[in-house]
Ligand binder design. Structure first.
Ligand SMILES: NC(=O)CC[C@H](N)C(=O)O
Length: 304
């Protein structure tokens, strides 16, 4: 397994040099596009890591999975009155659809959807950002995981577009709390700094019918784990969800920090990271690493 992962890492390196690092905030624009890491966590709890898999990066939209899991735990099916369940076919930060659909975001994995989900968490918890950090730590089994203050402040300084979405939803009655409080919490979740190894371990509950080995307990029900995987399959890669489903065929969630988490239900959770992104905002080299991995999962290449 370790040698196979290293061989995937070596081959995926060939894609470095394509795409561009996210530039909407300085803290992400400074990322080194030459980084590439991959980690696997099997359902037996074994962790394999290759390349820069132990370097913490900004998880960005991957946090939307954690936000959604927590909101479904606290609000159940009522959450779907606030946010839809279908692919948007639009960029993750699009405003046009939100206006046309009267402030109900298409799905929880575009920005507007995650902001509506965050509003539910702000209603449910006194310090939702701390709660989220604590959950990330416990799921990953790593008590040193932090919210990167520089990324958080940068997101806040450059919040205009996300703020526009939040105010539009507020005008339609789909945000209950103070918009600034909801945005701060949403940005805190995006600013969580975790490594591929952290994320592979933290997201293993999705591969293990909701069971979080690191917590020693069930984090979500088997049905909820199945549903989260379904939403990742249809909406996890923004407007490129269909292309990715065809190429890789695994439920996945990406972030503009360059990370992508993918799930092989019943078997393992995977995280690949490389900062340079394609036009949809998905990491070029990380997608390719996952494509190789999915292709070879049941047909490992004979290795010398
Ligand atoms: N796609 C992403 O990773 C977007 C997250 C980013 N923090 C934003 O709100 O724009």
């Amino acid at each position: 397994m370790q040698r196979w992962l290293e061989s995937i890492h070596a081959r995926a390196r060939a894609r470095l040099g394509n795409g561009h690092v996210a530039s909407y905030i300085p803290a992400l624009a400074r990322q080194d596009p030459g980084r590439l890491g991959i980690a696997i966590c099997t359902n037996a709890g074994e962790v394999y890591a290759a390349g820069d898999a132990r370097t913490a990066f900004s998880i960005q939209s991957i946090a939307k999975v954690l936000l959604l899991a927590l909101a479904l735990r606290t609000h159940g099916e009522a959450l779907w009155q606030r946010v839809g369940l279908n692919p948007s076919g639009m960029p993750f930060n699009s405003l046009a659809q939100l206006e046309a659909e009267r402030g109900k975001p298409r799905n929880p994995f575009i920005n507007a959807g995650a902001i509506a989900v965050t509003d539910r968490l702000v209603s449910a918890f006194a310090t939702p950002d701390k709660h989220l950090q604590d959950v990330a730590r416990r799921l990953a089994g790593n008590a040193t995981i932090l919210i990167d203050d520089e990324v958080l402040e940068s997101e806040w300084q450059h919040r205009s577009r996300n703020a526009a979405m939040a105010y539009l939803m507020k005008a339609f009655g789909n945000i209950d709390n103070d918009v600034d409080a909801v945005l701060r919490c949403y940005f805190s979740s995006c600013a969580l700094a975790m490594s591929c190894a952290d994320l592979a371990v933290a997201m293993n509950f999705l591969a293990a019918e909701g069971e979080a080995r690191t917590m020693g307990e069930r984090f979500v029900s088997p049905g909820l784990a199945r549903r989260l995987n379904a939403i990742m399959s249809t909406c996890g890669m923004y407007d490129a969800a269909g292309d990715f489903a065809y190429r890789v065929g695994l439920p996945a969630k990406s972030g503009v920090g360059g990370g992508i988490v993918a799930i092989v239900p019943g078997r393992m959770s995977i995280c690949a990271w490389s900062p340079a992104l394609d036009d949809s905002g998905n990491s070029v080299a990380a997608q390719y690493a996952l494509e190789l991995l999915a292709e070879e999962l049941d047909n490992p290449l004979p290795m010398a």
